[in-house]
Design a protein around this ligand. Structure first.
Ligand SMILES: Cc1cc2nc3c(=O)[nH]c(=O)nc-3n(C[C@H](O)[C@H](O)[C@H](O)COP(=O)(O)OP(=O)(O)OC[C@H]3O[C@@H](n4cnc5c(N)ncnc54)[C@H](O)[C@@H]3O)c2cc1C
Length: 400
């Protein structure tokens, strides 16, 4: 399934406008109400699914739009601009979960889950991280899957799993052969209704209430062997490929969040006065705005380059990682500069600036922290370890 999406630059611009306007009309005016009630905004996910925001990487036969990876990145960026937690949920519905099932699942799994995920009918989550660690998820993984007849039985615990409490289906990584290193991990599709699958919300005040984060206890969770993604022992390769999509998405989200910071900073600098003048007239503030403007444009170009590689059916591990690393730095600098420009107002609950600061740091941590990206990029540059050594050309993710 390798074909270049026929999405033109005009199509992409129209898609961006659609997402942006949807956010301006339907989400931004409801920030406070959504946060105050703390209820998961299920109806917004349905709307996003119906509008095609989740379907860019899938053909119509799987409920998608076939718009491609550049479109996926554009939607992720605009949703992060609208409100960061929605873009994290979008990644689960549009990339990490359905792309992994589409690439590694049996035809039955693909048919059963992918169309319903990308249309927003059901919700998915991705359970990799454990209480003992995320960066070294292979070394830290204590969850076990033991073959029992036609089933596997999973026991263990996961940590920090986004949307697990509202998900209908999870991708869960577990060790099937703890002595076999990276060949001892397997990946499973686990319906959330399976007895023994128990998510518990972990309150995380600094991220607001719309980003549900969970611990998951796995207590004798029995799944059919047919729910394996790839073969037994292929889970590390499945995870590494999934991580690439996650990195592309989080890079795009960092650009969108940096743009939200820049827009807020510009609006404030153009109205707030000090010493008898708009603060935007002060040269130090102009420099901050100029730096943000240039850096956001550069990060956006890196994301577009990585997305275009995927769209052509290439492996873009290196490009996704570079985009993620750079966009994460840019986003954090933009959030810091914006907080500085807002002065004391940055800490007002009425404004989203402190939320932006927290999400900027989260985007930099998830899908492989900044330190981990730096190590991967340097090892690859030095010729010591190719970044894409655990990747494989995938069968889905393009328009055809
Ligand atoms: C809100 C939230 C949502 C999340 N959602 C999900 C999800 O849906 N699914 C999921 O599976 N996970 C999820 N995560 C987990 C996230 O991916 C991990 O937090 C991340 O991978 C880092 O792992 P860790 O927190 O265990 O940090 P650690 O791995 O313990 O690292 C701690 C620090 O040490 C640094 N470090 C580690 N190793 C090295 C090294 N070799 N060299 C230099 N520095 C190093 C790291 O960069 C980091 O700064 C989420 C986390 C949060 C906070």
């Amino acid at each position: 399934m390798t074909a270049v999406a026929e999405t033109t630059d005009e199509d992409l611009a129209a898609l961006r406008r659609l997402v942006h306007q949807w956010g301006v009309d339907r989400v931004r005016p409801r920030f406070k109400e959504l946060e105050d009630t703390g209820e998961f905004p299920r109806e917004l996910y349905r709307q996003m699914g119906e509008l095609g925001f989740f379907g860019c990487c899938f053909p119509e036969s799987l409920g998608g739009t076939g718009a491609g990876f550049r479109a996926l990145a554009a939607v992720a960026e605009e949703l992060a601009w609208v409100y960061p937690p929605l873009s994290a949920g979008m990644n689960l519905q549009a990339a990490t979960v359905p792309l992994t099932i589409a690439n590694w699942g049996s035809p039955d799994l693909v048919e059963r889950y992918v169309p319903r995920l990308v249309t927003g009918e059901i919700l998915g989550c991705n359970a990799m991280t454990e209480p003992d660690g995320g960066s070294d998820f292979l070394g830290a993984m204590r969850t076990r899957a033991v073959r029992d007849g036609d089933d596997y039985v999973l026991n263990g615990a996961k940590m920090w799993i986004t949307n697990a409490n509202v998900a209908d289906v999870a991708i869960v990584y577990a060790k099937t052969d703890p002595a076999a290193g990276h060949k001892g991990v397997s990946a499973f599709v686990v319906p959330a209704a399976t007895p023994g699958f128990q998510p518990t919300r972990v309150p995380c005040r600094v991220l607001g209430r719309l980003m549900p984060t969970n611990a998951i206890a796995l207590d004798d969770v029995r799944v059919p062997a047919a729910n394996l993604l790839g073969a037994e022992g292929q889970g590390f390769v499945v995870a590494m490929n999934a991580m690439d999509f996650g990195r592309l998405s989080v890079a795009a989200r960092s650009v969108g969040l940096a743009q939200a910071c820049l827009d807020a900073a510009v609006a404030y600098a153009d109205t707030r006065e000090a010493f008898g003048a708009k603060i935007g007239t002060f040269q130090l503030i102009k420099k901050q705005i100029a730096d943000m403007t240039c850096e956001v444009a550069a990060a956006r170009a890196l994301v577009a380059g990585a997305a275009a590689r995927y769209e052509m059916g290439d492996i873009a591990t290196r490009e996704s990682s570079i985009a993620k690393y750079f966009a994460g730095e840019v986003c954090n600098r933009a959030a810091q500069a914006t907080a500085e420009i807002f002065g004391g107002a940055a800490f007002s609950d009425e404004l989203p600036i402190s939320t932006y600061l927290n999400y900027a740091k989260l985007w930099q941590t998830g899908e492989g922290s900044a330190n981990i990206q730096a190590l991967l990029i340097a090892d690859d540059a030095l010729g010591w370890k190719r970044m894409d050594r655990h990747r494989t050309v995938l069968r889905a993710g393009v328009a055809a």
